[in-house]
Structures are given as structure tokens and as C-alpha cells.
Unconditional design. Structure first.
Length: 262
């Protein structure tokens, strides 16, 4: 077992079911509050210089508590506190409530929804275990790496990159009775090819909930084509600002970062 896999197994033994953490947080609350728990399992493989370097499975959890402090006619103040890993939820709730008491009334504060009042009914799977993944989800890609490395060596190229599959289960519970659970799988393949002399390189990326529609061979072919463009036409430019035209996968990758930053 890899060190990351051993750490994930140990964390799984220590962590309570997310639904229990959420209920414990609500039981400790003295103010209206919302608890959001994100539990994620990720399997990944990394490679560089035409060889696999590392692989493993990681298990992460974040717990966030949003407390609402009513201020009568002046409104409601809110505060959010988050922690990762094994969390003392009662302490987390107390910290969020202290922050809410110190905060100014929020201009965008709204009444918390209750089940059936414009919000979904409680999810019967709320008490269930979070979704999980393992290296088996990357099996088809891992199996194709050996052939890709051989083709790269034969063509005078160096391949690097990583592939990851993640399953994130989000639990949302509120003091008004909401109990919601959502399981979101996601996968990514990022691949870089570089000429052996280091003068040319190209990147491509693919995103998918799984890897059924992700082709390592197609990604490799895109990189070979782009390296060929660089070999046939190269223009030396002085330092300065230039318009750059990005391929669709690069634009998509930047949009993911933009979404996260927003």
C-alpha cells in the first residue's frame, strides 16, 4: 500500500460518517445555522520523462458551519468557519457563532429555507456513506501509458502529466430541517509533450465525470500534431505583448480556474 493510500485508510478509520458530524454540529448550535460537509476520494497517477512516478488514493473532508445571528430590526449577521480533516464540530460551531456575534448585519441575509417551503425534501440517503473511488477508475488510462511512453521515445518526445478521478459527496444540513446529499464524480487527464531538445512543448487536457469518453491516444495525437506545427514554423520574437490564440482545451482549463475564483 502506498503512503497516500495508507493515510487515506487511517483517515477513514478516524472520520465519523458525514451525516453524524452534521447532526452533531446542529445539536451544538445555539443559533440558526447551516452545515456543509464535502467528503472527497481521489485516485491519481503522475508521470514524467516517459515513466510513471507516483500513484495513490487520497481521502479529504472539509466541514463548514455558517451561523446566523439575528439582530432584531437591524438585520442578521452571518459568519462562516471551515476546517479540514477530523473536526471537533462543537468547537467549530462555537467559533462560527462567536464570529457571527461580532459581525455587522449582512445586506444579503435571507430566511433559511425549510423542506417543502421552496426547498427539496430531506434526502433519504443523507445518513449514507460518501461515494468513493480507487485506482481501478484509471485502469484503461494506466494500461495505455506503456504504449504511449514507447511511442514517445521512438519519436524523440518526452511525456509528462497526470490523471485523476475524484468523487465528492456534499452534505448540507440546516437548523430548519434541510438534509441534502449530492455525489459528484469528476475526472481529469492533463498531458504535456516536449521535444527531447527542450525547444518545443505542447499541453492538452480532458475533463469528464468518468473516463469512458477520454482517449489517451487522441490526446497524444493532438500533442504530436502541435509539436509538428512548432517544428515546421518557428518565429523569434523580442519580449513584448502579443495576441495568443488558445486551443479549446486550454480555454476550458482557464474557465475552470475562473469558475473557482468566482
Amino acid at each position: 500500500m502506498s503512503s497516500s493510500a495508507a493515510g487515506a485508510a487511517a483517515a477513514k478509520r478516524r472520520l465519523r460518517p458525514p451525516g453524524e458530524d452534521a447532526e452533531a454540529a446542529l445539536a451544538a448550535a445555539r443559533m440558526p445555522c447551516v452545515v456543509v460537509i464535502e467528503d472527497s476520494h481521489q485516485a491519481e497517477v503522475r508521470f514524467a520523462n516517459n515513466t510513471t512516478t507516483t500513484n495513490g488514493v487520497r481521502h479529504d473532508r472539509s466541514v463548514s458551519v455558517v451561523s446566523f445571528s439575528p439582530r432584531g430590526a437591524s438585520g442578521t449577521a452571518t459568519a462562516s468557519v471551515s476546517r479540514n480533516g477530523v473536526v471537533a464540530v462543537a468547537e467549530l460551531v462555537a467559533e462560527a457563532e462567536h464570529e457571527a456575534l461580532e459581525a455587522e448585519p449582512a445586506e444579503d441575509a435571507a430566511e433559511l429555507l425549510a423542506p417543502g417551503a421552496g426547498a427539496a425534501l430531506p434526502d433519504p440517503g443523507f445518513a449514507g456513506e460518501p461515494g468513493a473511488t480507487d485506482l481501478g477508475a484509471l485502469g484503461p488510462l494506466i494500461g495505455g501509458l506503456a504504449g504511449a511512453f514507447e511511442r514517445a521515445r521512438a519519436g524523440g518526445r518526452l511525456l509528462a502529466g497526470f490523471a485523476a478521478h475524484e468523487v465528492t459527496t456534499t452534505y448540507l444540513a440546516s437548523s430548519t430541517g434541510l438534509r441534502l446529499r449530492h455525489v459528484q464524480p469528476s475526472g481529469v487527464l492533463e498531458l504535456v509533450a516536449r521535444s527531447s531538445d527542450g525547444t518545443r512543448s505542447s499541453w492538452t487536457g480532458s475533463y469528464s465525470p468518468g473516463f469512458a469518453d477520454v482517449s489517451l491516444e487522441a490526446a497524444e495525437a493532438r500533442l504530436v500534431e502541435r509539436l509538428g506545427w512548432a517544428a515546421r514554423r518557428r518565429v523569434e520574437l523580442p519580449p513584448g505583448r502579443y495576441e495568443a490564440i488558445l486551443p479549446p482545451d486550454a480555454v476550458a482549463d482557464l474557465m475552470v480556474d475562473l469558475y473557482g475564483a468566482a
